[in-house]
Design a binder for this molecule. Structure first.
Ligand code: ATP
Length: 235
């Protein structure tokens, strides 16, 4: 279980997260809604060990994530799929995927098994495995980015804005893939501005505003909440 308690993150004198608290239970997809600048990426970077916390705690199954050592967090089951995908466009899809397994580089057999597993989850990537990642469509590149994170064999996937820049039909395909990943046993914390698509697959969610959790609830509670409907669902 991910347990975030009273987490505070400062950039110099600016406080980006003010005492954030949230949980992700095993097997859940939890969505984090929030406008640009609300602090979603800061929270993810902190949970990945890329950004130091100024106060509070974040643990995954009791393991502290705030030590500022990303490779430690990955080794303990927490992987991030960053906003903007950050693929290596000139490398083949398969080379990009293999880079995700860097932490398991001494386990070639395990990596080969994981590669087959991600190709089963993302069948469209099989025929593209030798193509440069940069030659794929935006939706396929997002699939590669998610698949690459899975190569680290995470129990918790931190998925930052997977719908960014994608057409609505493609967003649906990406979210269906996220659901398959979750059904395969990976818990997901999903930061999204596309609240409609994200709430479609999430079990629960939180709304982050100016670095604080302003609202939380089940999928149904958030979808029917007037504040969420007007601010994030445009109804
Ligand atoms: P976006 O969707 O645009 O990425 P976000 O919700 O992920 O937004 P963050 O990127 O976490 O928001 O930013 C939260 C706040 O912290 C913003 O006000 C941002 O300007 C500020 N911020 C982010 N990174 C830094 C930094 N390195 N130094 C100073 N301020 C920063």
């Amino acid at each position: 279980m991910l347990e975030v308690r009273d987490l505070t993150v400062n950039y110099g004198h600016f406080t980006a997260l003010h005492g954030v608290g949230l949980n992700v239970n095993p097997g859940e997809i939890v969505v984090l809604l929030g406008a640009n600048g609300a602090g979603k990426s800061t929270l993810f970077r902190t949970l990945s060990g890329l950004q130091k916390a100024s106060g509070g705690s974040a643990t995954w199954n009791g393991t502290p994530l705030t030590g500022g050592r990303p490779e430690y967090n990955v080794a303990h089951g927490v992987a991030q799929c960053p906003e903007g995908r950050l693929l290596f466009p000139d490398l083949s899809v398969e080379k990009n995927l293999r880079l995700g397994a860097f932490i398991h580089r001494k386990d070639a057999a395990g990596t080969a098994r994981e590669l087959e597993r991600v190709y089963t989850l993302f069948p469209d990537l099989v025929k593209k495995r030798h193509a440069p990642a940069g030659s794929l469509s935006g939706g396929q590149q997002q699939m590669v980015a998610i698949a690459r994170s899975l190569m680290a064999r995470p129990q918790l996937l931190l998925l930052d804005e997977p719908s960014l820049g994608l057409a609505p039909l493609v967003v649906e395909q990406v979210f269906a893939a996220v659901q398959r990943v979750n059904e395969a046993g990976v818990s997901v914390l999903l930061a999204e501005q596309n609240a409609f698509a994200a709430l479609g697959i999430a079990h629960r969610g939180y709304v982050l505003e100016s670095g604080q959790v302003s609202l939380q609830g089940t999928q149904h509670e958030l979808m029917t909440d007037d504040r969420v409907r007007s601010a994030y669902l445009g109804v």
